[in-house]
Design a protein around this ligand. Structure first.
Ligand code: SAM
Length: 216
């Protein structure tokens, strides 16, 4: 937690309840230790979707479908979500959850490694005006070239977990050896997002750290 827990709890106490089926899916995911978006990121997505009203959403990292289902709740009538997941047991659960909420016509789940799927979607000339990056943190930087091909001017890229629970501000030696590669790749990713001439990016210390990047 990178924000004071009391402040986070207070802000959360102001939030409205989410629909019951979503709440059930969220609870089950937490019981099963599936890493889903935290409350502040949920609120941010809801707000962004209602403000921007995108037409085509791409999510990288579906897990059990919770964030896609949450986005489908707040997006416009004609909007569609394409989401990518590679772990077979999560794919099965995501399909089950999407059917449970009745969003089969709103959410397309693509099974496979995002590196390959993004390459394919970009080669097909697909465009997405709202992208949510929530997969393996060390890979964000590798996904960026294909993400750029598919994001039109005015489109938005939201990346979750960019502050690694605060670890990203540590020196490379302050993090465990296991996390050092992710640490340096995430720093590289943050540097790219904030210095690329194609993007205007803001880094927000909410949840586990989120960036909002708009394509200029
Ligand atoms: N967005 C989900 C939510 O909030 O409900 C949580 C996503 S979870 C943080 C990250 C997911 O990305 C995991 O289920 C993991 O299997 C998946 N993932 C990681 N690297 C991936 C890759 N290269 N291709 C596809 N999925 C990947």
């Amino acid at each position: 937690m990178i924000v004071d827990e009391r402040i986070a709890a207070y802000i959360f106490s102001l939030e409205q309840e989410m629909p019951e089926k979503l709440s059930e899916i969220e609870k089950q995911a937490l019981v099963d230790y599936v890493p889903i978006i935290k409350k502040p990121t949920q609120s941010l997505l809801r707000f962004m979707l209602r403000s921007l009203r995108p037409e085509n959403i791409l999510e990288v990292g579906a897990a059990v479908g919770f964030s896609s289902l949450l986005m489908s709740e707040y997006m416009g009538e004609d909007c569609h979500i394409t989401t990518i997941e590679k772990m077979p047991e999560r794919i099965e659960k995501a399909k089950e959850n999407i059917t449970y909420v009745g969003r089969e016509d709103k959410i397309t789940l693509i099974e496979g490694d995002a590196a390959d799927v993004l390459e394919q979607l970009a080669a097909e000339g697909r465009q997405f005006d709202f992208m949510f990056m929530d997969a393996a943190k060390g890979q964000y930087i590798n996904f960026l070239p294909n993400i750029m091909k598919m994001l039109p001017a005015g489109g938005i890229l939201i990346s979750d977990n960019v502050l690694q629970d605060g670890d990203v501000v540590q020196s490379r030696y302050g993090v465990t050896r296991r996390n050092r590669t992710i640490h340096s790749r995430m720093r590289e990713y943050l540097y790219e997002l904030t210095h690329m001439k194609e993007f205007d990016t803001i880094v927000l210390p909410i949840g586990d750290g989120v960036t909002l990047s708009t394509r200029i």
